[in-house]
Ligand binder design. Structure first.
Ligand SMILES: [Fe+2]
Ligand SMILES: [Fe+2]
Length: 300
């Protein structure tokens, strides 16, 4: 190819963009003056987004307590600002890049299934290790491979080739991507995270989830790295990523251990059994987000 895939993607005018209210909410999360009122007022400026965030906050996945929350203010009081900001980010990304694509529907769905499974597994491990990532682990898992969705959307034919290559040669997807497209989903995902002005930890996760030692936000990137491997081990994989591995030999595992997280408390066999139903959880999560209908791409 004459012009590199990465350069082409960087210059695409109508790359999907996050709704402006979502960008504002993410911006507020960085501000020292963030308050419940500011965040809820901001989300209410986009009524369909507010409705979705409330619906998700009331879903079995997030709901705390028996009573339904009917205002964002109350949802924030119950769940905390961080969780609502994370839900807003997840809702926004899933509405502009819905799991159903027009072409290559099955593969697009497989990518999202893998990402959602990674986020759910990260949530389980976070709880077990007492990492208190406060919902960041789920968004991190959800977005870690976002570059794959973009590559598949804009270079579908080549991405199918990379996918087939990874299966034929039995190599990780990022090696196949480099071979066929001259770039990787990490590079593209990182570019997108920066373009969307997502928090630094998400940019870090997109770029380093396969090399967590390089990350600046080491604990959460290591957490996502391990969750990614476990999602693949649970058959939530794409292409030749079904490689066998020993979890306790992984650099991410050692990193968490060195950082003082009680990884020795995780009985791997038992944990694998505990996440046996992860497929069901993934489907529940998708149905929570997908009604009443995905909007499709939002163009600038
Ligand atoms: Fe990846
Ligand atoms: Fe992944």
């Amino acid at each position: 190819m004459d012009i590199s895939v990465f350069d082409t993607i960087k210059n695409i005018d109508d790359l999907p963009t996050l709704p402006s209210v979502a960008m504002e909410v993410i911006g507020l999360s960085r501000s020292a003056e963030v308050s419940i009122n500011k965040v809820s007022e901001c989300i209410y400026k986009d009524p369909p987004l507010a409705t979705k965030v409330l619906r998700v906050a009331n879903s079995a996945f997030y709901r705390r307590g028996a009573t339904e929350v009917d205002t964002l203010h109350r949802a924030i009081l119950m769940m905390g600002l961080n969780e609502i900001i994370n839900i807003t980010t997840s809702v926004s990304v899933l509405s502009i890049l819905p799991p159903k694509g027009s072409e290559g529907e099955t593969l697009r769905k497989a990518f999202w299934d893998h990402c959602i499974a990674t986020g759910l597994i990260a949530r389980h491990i976070d709880k077990k290790l007492g990492m208190r990532s406060m919902g960041r682990e789920f968004v991190g898992g959800l977005l870690h491979d976002i570059g794959k969705i973009i590559l598949d959307e804009y270079f579908h034919k080549e991405y199918m080739e990379a996918h087939a290559f990874s299966i034929d040669v039995d190599c990780p997807m990022y090696e196949a991507e480099l071979e066929v497209l001259g770039t990787t989903h990490m590079e593209i995902g990182h570019f997108l995270a920066q373009k969307w002005d997502l928090p630094g930890y998400i940019a870090d996760i997109t770029l380093y989830h396969h090399q967590p030692g390089e990350a600046q936000y080491k604990d959460i990137t290591a957490l996502i790295s391990i969750s990614d491997l476990l999602a693949k081990a649970k058959e939530f994989s794409c292409g030749g990523d079904r490689l066998s591995f020993v979890l306790t030999d992984q650099p991410a595992w050692h990193m968490l251990k060195q950082m003082g997280y009680p990884v020795h408390m995780i009985d791997i066999e038992r944990f694998t059994f505990e996440i046996e139903d992860i497929g069901k959880e993934v489907n529940n999560y998708i149905s929570t987000f997908s009604e009443p209908g995905a909007e499709g791409f939002v163009h600038e």
